[in-house]
Design a protein around this ligand. Structure first.
Ligand SMILES: Cc1cc2nc3c(=O)[nH]c(=O)nc-3n(C[C@H](O)[C@H](O)[C@H](O)COP(=O)(O)OP(=O)(O)OC[C@H]3O[C@@H](n4cnc5c(N)ncnc54)[C@H](O)[C@@H]3O)c2cc1C
Length: 393
């Protein structure tokens, strides 16, 4: 049994997601990985069962069931298919700008279509020359009458080409650094906006990752999020909320790999007994399970914090800790799972090979783990702890 703070009502929804994952998504996972094609059938499944509603308030047609349950849904799906998990996580990522900084009119215009899944969303911060150092972005937005003209490009954008709505960051004042950045909602059919390239990649191969180009793209002034110059703050507040979604994806991958390795180790025999009974393999399984449970503790605590209304620096640190620990756990655990399967672990017929490839991205996107460590340490230095070196021998 693992840590499970959900209410009975939340458990019912989580169990429905778990069943859909096992019955409908797991059988598709290898095909999705192999084909490198975006799985619209999985989006349709989410639409049919209202699963995008997990990320939204009731006021806009969502379920209003909170962050903890939403994170467990991403975890459940990612246990069997990380590409399908990131589709849920990025619907949240791409919608958070509207949820956190949108005005009533913007929310009413866009959120219902994101809740139903009629539209998919994307978040476009990274550029070719600016990933970790996002304030070094070069895209610009210049106001001309009742539109902003966007120019520049974005790279590595998840859901490129499949999203209908992009939260895009660009400089309204190129000389001003952080305060020069503004955030916009950009519809996919905006004149002057194009998806110019999709990247082949190591893992989550069914998820699109692409380049966006803006050439005098005409974005109505009503699509500015917050005030002009609020963009950097909005981008960071979004990431505080969304990074644990990647933590949930990572934990799902790690638990899926642990469960598979356990079953394999119980049935594969060497030297007269199941390998699960050889102490070196047993120790691996024990460490994998313990790491997953520790990651789950951090992840669920974060969900409970959001649902309790915690915000600000405490949330920033907790969010970075979830992303860091869950993703490092996913990479390590999936590598061990491959080892437990021996030669079979390295072969595509067995899912741990895919899981190990899928795990890697969780240490990179939505801020690399080096950046998460910087964030955590920065918050530690800022905290006013009731501890003094004076008097410590
Ligand atoms: C599959 C995929 C999907 C993605 N999806 C999105 C998306 O939807 N939206 C979006 O905006 N972006 C997305 N990204 C971009 C991703 O967030 C960036 O790639 C990531 O933040 C790192 O930026 P970079 O690639 O420019 O690396 P760099 O910033 O160039 O970093 C290179 C290395 O240096 C390290 N480093 C950098 N600065 C420091 C520092 N100050 N101290 C210590 N180490 C440092 C990094 O940790 C890394 O190891 C995606 C990327 C991929 C691969």
């Amino acid at each position: 049994m693992s840590f499970d703070p959900l209410t009975d009502e939340q458990k019912e929804i989580r169990d429905l997601v778990r069943q859909l994952a096992r019955d409908r998504i797991a059988p598709r996972a290898a095909e999705i990985d192999e084909s490198h094609e975006f799985p619209w059938d999985i989006v349709e499944l989410y639409r049919e069962h209202g699963l995008f509603g997990l990320f939204f308030d009731e006021a806009y047609g969502g379920l209003g069931t909170g962050a903890l349950l939403a994170l467990t849904a991403i975890e459940e799906v990612s246990k069997v298919c990380a590409t399908s998990g990131v589709i849920l996580a990025v619907q949240e990522l791409g919608s958070l700008g509207l949820k956190l900084a949108g005005n009533d009119e913007q929310k009413a215009r866009y959120l219902p279509r994101l809740v139903s899944g009629e539209w998919l969303a994307a978040y476009a911060l990274t550029e070719a020359g600016s990933g970790s150092d996002s304030a070094a972005m070069r895209s610009t937005a210049r106001r001309e009458g009742d539109v902003y003209l966007l120019n520049g490009s974005k790279r590595f954008i998840t859901n490129a080409g499949v999203a209908s709505l992009y939260t895009v960051f660009a400089k309204t004042d190129p000389e001003a650094g952080h305060p020069g950045i503004s955030a916009f909602v950009v519809e996919s059919d905006t004149p002057g906006f194009e998806v110019t390239r999709l990247e082949p990649k190591l893992g989550i191969t069914g998820s699109t990752t692409g380049e966006l180009a803006f050439e005098d793209a005409r974005v109505p002034v009503e699509n500015l999020l917050g005030e002009q110059g609020d963009g950097f703050k909005i981008a960071m507040r979004i990431l505080d909320r969304s990074r644990p979604g990647i933590g949930a994806q990572a934990l799902g991958i790690a638990q899926g790999a642990t469960d598979y390795a356990l079953e394999y180790a119980k049935s594969r025999e060497t030297m007269g007994k199941p390998i699960a009974e050889h102490q070196l393999i047993a120790a691996k399984l024990a460490d994998m399970e313990t790491a997953c449970e520790a990651a789950r503790g951090l992840l669920y605590r974060f969900g409970e914090m959001v649902d309790a209304g915690v915000d600000g620096a405490d949330l920033t640190k907790a969010s970075a800790q979830v992303k860091l620990f869950c993703s490092d756990t996913a990479m390590w655990v999936t590598t061990e799972a491959v080892q437990i399967l021996g030669g079979y672990g390295y072969i595509k017929e067995y899912p741990v090979e895919r899981m190990m490839r899928d795990a890697k991205i969780t240490q990179i996107y939505e801020g690399t783990n080096e950046i998460q460590r910087l964030v955590i340490a920065r918050e530690m230095v800022r905290e006013n702890r009731a501890f003094s070196l004076a008097g410590v021998a």
